[in-house]
Design a protein around this ligand. Structure first.
Ligand SMILES: [Zn+2]
Length: 117
């Protein structure tokens, strides 16, 4: 999915799989709400990645939203082509209703694969 994305929108992968130590460290830092082994970053291969637009500018939040919309569209296309069987969930819209006003936890670099209902 990000192999396709990076051809059109330069981006950088910050994190893929996380070990028990790494997961519990980011949990203690408040960067994740989940402890090992409950995060999708803990499966092998990882079902979650943290990817940010490159060059990285953490203050340019709008760019993260723009990027996520771009990735969502690619994910939708790859699902339509049956390249990917799961749905993409983004850390800025956990319930996937496209509303940005009903989140209690924002994790804008986070993308994960979830089973479809
Ligand atoms: Zn993540």
């Amino acid at each position: 999915m990000f192999l396709e994305t990076v051809q059109h929108f330069d981006c950088s992968v910050l994190s893929g799989h996380r070990s028990k130590e790494e997961q519990n460290r980011v949990f203690l830092e408040g960067k994740s709400l989940l402890q090992y082994p409950d995060s999708k970053h803990n499966s092998l291969p990882s079902l979650a990645v943290d990817v940010v637009p490159y060059p990285i500018d953490w203050k340019d939040k709008e760019r993260f939203y723009y990027f996520a919309g771009y990735v969502k569209r690619i994910a939708q296309e790859l699902r339509r082509q049956k390249v990917v069987g799961k749905e993409l969930r983004w850390g800025g819209d956990w319930d996937r209703d496209t509303s940005m006003n009903d989140q209690s936890f924002f994790d804008l670099p986070h993308f994960e694969l979830v089973d479809t209902e």
